[in-house]
Structures are given as C-alpha cells and as structure tokens.
Design a protein around this ligand. Structure first.
Ligand code: GLN
Length: 486
C-alpha cells in the first residue's frame, strides 16, 4: 500500500478496492515504526487523521467524492492548520495553535484529503539542510547520516520513505526542489502568485511559494488541481484561469526547445551530476525535443542578491514575534524592552538571528542604497535575463543542486558554503518563475535531481515534460533500502 502513488490510490478508492480508513491506518502504522529514525514529523495527529478518513469514506459512499477524497497528505509545519499546532520549526511558535486554516490546507481539507501530520522543517524555512529546526535534524532516508535538504526536509523525507503518499512544501530559494533532489522525489515550485500564501507563515514574502512534493509528476499535477488558483485573501495571488494539470501530461514533446545554460555546468558542479543531466537531456531529445546552448551570465549574482533580499524581508516579517500577542514569551519580564529582547533572544535560533541582523543592517538608512537597492537591481537584471532566454527556448534544463546530499553537521559552521547550495535554484524565485525537480540518476548511491524551469504560469508544461520523462525512465521508482523492510 505505502509505495503507491496518489494516482494509483485514488483509482483504488474509486474502484472500492480499499477505503481511506485502510490507507490511513497503513500510513500511520508505518510512521510509528519509521519516523523515530527520520524525525520527519513535528506533529502526528492519529485521531484527527482517522476521523478525516472516516468522513472521507462516508463522502465517497454518498457519491460526493472528488478525485483526492480520502488520500492522506502531510503539510509542512509552515501552513496554518486550525486546531493543530503550527510551529514553523521554531521554539517561538512551539505553543501556537492556529485559529484558522491556510488556504492550501483548507483546499486540501475541502477536497476530502486526510491530514496525517505536520512535517519538520528549518526554523521559519531558513536553511538548506533541515539542521536549523527547533525539533532536531531530519535524516535522509537514503542514508540516515546525511541531510534530507531543506527547508522542506521533513516533507521530502516523509514522501521518500513512504510515510505519506504526498506532502506540501514551500520554496523561497529552493526549499521544495533541493530536498526533492536530495531525497529522490519530484518537487514543483509554482509561479509566484499561483498558489495562495494566505496562512503560510511568512519568511520572505516576495519569494515564498507553496507547492507539492510527490512521488511522480502526475501526482504533483493532481495536487496542483486542488491547491492552485486565485485567493482574494492573498494580495499577490494572481487571478488567471487554472488549467487541469493532468489534461496535458501526455502531450508530445515534439518540437519542444530546451535551453541548457552553460553557467549551470561550471566548476562547482559534481561531474557525476553533470553527466547524469546530460544523459537526461538526451533522453528528452529522443522524445522529440531539441537542445540549445544558452547563457545566463548573472547566475553567480543570484546568491548574493537573494541573501540580501530574503534576510531584509525576514527581518521585517519576523518583527511580529514580540512576546506580546502570540508565540513564546519570556518568564517574568522586567519591562517592555526586556520582554521584547528576552522573548526574541530566547526563542529564535542562530540562523534566524543571523538573518534578522543581516536584514536589519541592509535596510538601515546608511546602507539601504548600497545593499538592498543594489540587490533589487540585480534581481531585475536576473529576471530580464530569464525572460530573454525564455524567448529563445521553451524551458531551461540543468541540475537542481551542485552536489548530492551531504553529511549532517558538515556545513553547519560555514553558512557561506551552505548558501552556495542554492546556486541553481535561487534565481527562479528572484524571477518568480515555476520550476520542477525530478529524479534523474544516482551518484554514489545518492539521488540526483534534474531541474526544468519555464515561463510564468507554465506549470502544466513542466509537469508534461517531467511526466513524459518518467514514462521512459525509472529513477523516480527507485526507493531507499529502508522502504524494502516492512
Ligand atoms: N536555502 C535557502 C535559504 O536558506 C532557501 C530556503 C527556502 O527556500 N525556504 O534561505
């Protein structure tokens, strides 16, 4: 049961060959046995899940089921879930029970999906390895001594280890695609504005975007059908029509123009990944696509620009955690200043504090022009560069990450080397584009991710290409050793 895709599970439910209760029980049992080794979940809510499964089965019996009614899901603990703790991986929100649902969680609930639990993540989604969580490290199912990637590491590990058939994540600079790559699964970062940010705890509001982490592109398409679309509660949500993402999965790739940027194959890239991506490109060529060399000369600038803009926005967004309204409050504050200071210094972790300090500095009167304004100009240049490239080709192809997963603890003392992990993913957020990571090989028994980037609102095209690729390859079907036990 646990190795099935949601496409298969929904078919089984439709054929009445199983029930949501049976599926949900089987995942909960597996979580009980395996999660203690992975730490992928912050909250597991068995009673809540079983009740939702019961409701879903009733709904199906009454003939009111939708495609995903009764399918289990796990949400990254950044999405507010009414009545269930939403910690955002932080001590600050360890006591926070949201009084409302995020639009993403509400839409999944309305579709009859069953919430298994909330997944572990880097504190406030800041990180590339899931080592910044207040709730401890998440382990990579392919090798428990390695990181699962971040910040949606819990979601990626949970899907890879089949603790849930699908999960949500958020991607501010790569946090859906990079953990998907490290854990050998599929991860889609939608266009900025495609999926509502309402009720998604804010990190860097001009970059944050939620999306699916799944076993296949077809599964991601099914979840996108539920979560995508205009939301009047998010002022940056875009009011354009949403296609049926499953309708074009089988379109032919004949005539598709794929651009391969030379900057994505520079020195820092693991040669085994470079080879795997070239082989994958050839595979797409066999399916009718043509390959074109392109250039994105400002790629190098994306990391420094992002690491000014994201901290600037985070320093402003996180000002709301003051010990007064909700979240952590220090014991016996002496006065208001002491309350602010101690609540914040006791409850935020090191990486979050580092970002708040960098961001506050970059936004301060004396340095605004030199840092923040400059970074915004670079952001515009990068955006322009992608638009130019996407005039010449339909999609851009490259690796998702410069290396495969790395050892827990190996980069925690060196933030710069940690930040450099995001070199291939960050520009996409700066430009607001959609991008997908799909499994495309292995290096030393660790999964490799291939990234495809398209123009705004062309998620369907990305899912189509990824699905066609998954019809002729089986990388996405390989599973970590631990999945073969029990
Ligand atoms: N690794 C990046 C960071 O630490 C991106 C995180 C994300 O996408 N949430 O900010």
């Amino acid at each position: 049961m646990h190795d099935k895709t949601i496409t298969e599970l929904s078919q089984l439910l439709e054929n009445k060959e199983t029930s949501s209760q049976e599926i949900t029980q089987s995942f909960l049992e597996r979580m009980r046995i395996i999660d203690p080794h992975l730490n992928a979940f912050i909250t597991i809510n068995e009673d809540y899940a079983l009740q939702a499964a019961l409701d879903a089965d009733k709904r199906r019996k009454d003939g009111n089921a939708q495609k995903l009614t009764g399918i289990p899901i796990a949400h990254k603990d950044i999405f507010c879930t009414r009545g269930v703790k939403t910690s955002c991986g932080s001590h600050m929100l360890d006591n926070f029970i949201s009084p409302y649902d995020a639009t993403v969680t509400k839409r999944c609930k309305d579709a009859g999906m069953v919430l298994l639990g909330k997944t572990n993540m880097d504190e406030f989604a800041m990180g590339s390895s899931n080592e910044n969580s207040f709730y401890g490290y998440v382990h990579n199912p392919w090798n428990p001594e390695l990181v699962p990637g971040g910040s949606s590491g819990g979601s990626a590990a949970a899907v890879a280890a089949s603790l849930t058939p699908i999960a949500t994540g958020t991607d501010t600079g790569g946090s859906i695609r990079q953990p998907a790559a490290f854990c050998g699964i599929t991860g889609l970062k939608p266009t900025y504005g495609r999926v509502s940010r309402f009720g998604m705890v804010a990190f860097a509001s001009s970059l944050d975007q939620g999306g699916p982490l799944s076993k296949t592109a077809a599964d991601a398409a099914l979840l996108m059908n539920v979560i995508a679309g205009f939301d009047p509660q998010d002022s940056t949500s875009v009011d354009t029509s949403v296609p049926d993402y499953t309708a074009t999965l089988n379109d032919s790739l004949q005539g598709l123009r794929i651009g391969i940027p030379k900057e994505f194959f520079s020195d820092g890239l693991d040669p085994e990944i470079a080879t795997a991506i070239q082989v994958a490109a050839k595979e797409l060529e066999k399916l009718g696509a043509s390959l074109h060399d392109i250039s994105l000369p400002n790629t190098e600038l994306s990391v420094p620009a992002y690491y000014i803009i994201a901290p600037a926005e985070c320093s402003s967004n996180l000002a709301r955690y003051d010990g007064v309204r909700y979240g952590y409050r220090c014991e016996e504050p002496k006065n208001l200043d002491d309350l602010y200071k101690r609540s914040r210094s006791e409850a935020f972790g090191d990486e979050v504090k580092r970002r708040i300090m960098i961001g506050t500095y970059a936004l301060s009167a004396g340095y605004y022009d030199a840092y923040y304004l400059k970074a915004q100009k670079v952001r515009r240049l990068i955006s322009q560069e992608y638009q130019n490239a996407l005039q010449q080709v339909d999609v851009i192809l490259g690796p998702t990450t410069p290396t495969t997963s790395f050892a827990l603890g190996s980069k925690t003392d060196d933030p710069i080397s940690m930040y450099l992990n995001d070199i291939y993913t960050i520009a996409v957020n700066l430009a607001g584009l959609p991008a997908i990571s799909v499994p495309a090989g292995f290096a030393q028994k660790l999964p490799i991710g291939m990234q495809l980037i398209a123009n705004h609102f062309q998620e369907a095209k990305l899912l189509n290409i990824a699905h066609q690729y998954q019809q002729v390859t089986d990388w996405h079907k390989r599973q970590p050793e631990m999945n073969h036990q029990g």
